[in-house]
Design a protein around this ligand. Structure first.
Ligand code: NAP
Length: 267
């Protein structure tokens, strides 16, 4: 049954739920600054949420808060992105907890090393690639195959503006996000005919632990603003968003600088 309310945003959400048949949304990386806001946004709109991540105690506190404030079901599942062998059983557990069916997945786990460290230590560069890209490919493969077979569901995955053009200040992280963006383009292309939506999210600077103390930040957004943008974009079945919106134009300018100029810039 589709619930029609006076709030147009809730109506978008209700019609999405009616399509998928499940009230459950999985948030991977739910202990992240943005992940908490995302879980809250979906729970406020009437979803039940599965919170996945490494810090189970932190996630249990968030789950209790969501149950209290939003009156929705909220459950915690341990997930380590770098433990690839555990991904299949993790996905099965998610489906079990959700009664066999998820409305969608929001995937936000990520890790950004200091570039100076990553360029001197391959283990750190590899950790950035594995956390931001390889683990996402592994989990998205499981989720995409399941949703494709059921012909429904949404995949909402956090890439970054850092993946739009490699810069000397963070290209280890940026290259992993660029790979993720390309993977999502292909996945979206493949899943289109099955009705499964794939949203690529490209945030600019957001006020979270990832950016805490970094120099040169400007136009920093709140996690709540990003969560609102993402929620609306999923409801509208969008393919890609920059959040806040003006980063699309900032990146358009950055991408259009000719390489012979760009390579001389201190970015
Ligand atoms: N903040 C920004 O300015 C910004 C800009 C562009 C894109 N993004 C992207 O947005 C997403 C969320 O970022 P945020 O700023 O909210 O990040 P954050 O607060 O630093 O959180 C990162 C999250 O990733 C999780 N994580 C890291 N390694 C993991 C692993 N091996 N297994 C499972 N979880 C792991 C962390 O879990 P633990 O709590 O266990 O460490 C945490 O939940 C990320 O994908 C990030 O790349 C952020």
């Amino acid at each position: 049954m589709t619930l029609v309310t006076a709030n147009p945003e809730l109506n978008v959400h209700a019609s999405e739920q009616a399509k998928t048949g499940s009230p459950w949304v999985l948030v991977v990386g739910a202990s992240s600054g943005i992940g908490r806001a995302v879980a809250r946004r979906w729970a406020r709109a009437g979803s039940d949420v599965l919170l996945a991540g490494r810090d189970v105690e932190d996630l249990e506190r968030s789950a209790a808060d969501l149950r209290l404030r939003c009156g929705r079901r909220a459950e915690v599942i341990a997930f380590d992105a770098l433990d690839f062998d555990s991904h299949e059983s993790f996905w099965r557990e998610c489906l079990d907890r959700a009664g066999g069916d998820l409305a969608g997945v929001v995937m936000l786990h990520g890790w950004m090393p200091a570039q100076a460290d990553a360029q001197n230590d391959f283990a750190l560069a590899r950790k950035a690639i594995d956390t931001n890209y390889t683990s996402a490919v592994s989990l998205l493969t499981l989720a995409a195959n399941d949703f494709e077979q059921k012909k429904r569901g949404f995949l909402c995955v956090f890439s970054s503006v850092a993946g739009d053009r490699g810069r000397q200040s963070n290209y280890a992280y940026g290259s992993a996000k660029a790979a993720l963006t390309a993977f999502l383009q292909g996945l979206r292309n493949r899943l289109f005919k099955s009705g499964v939506t794939v949203l690529t999210v490209k945030p600019g600077f957001v006020d979270t632990a990832m950016t805490w103390g970094l120099p040169g930040l400007f136009l920093v957004a709140t996690p709540e603003k990003v969560a609102d943008d993402v929620f609306v974009a999923v409801g509208k079945r969008r393919a890609e968003i920059y959040t806040p919106w003006f980063w699309r134009y900032i990146m358009l300018i950055i991408k259009s600088v000719p390489e012979f100029v760009f390579k001389r810039m201190k970015l």
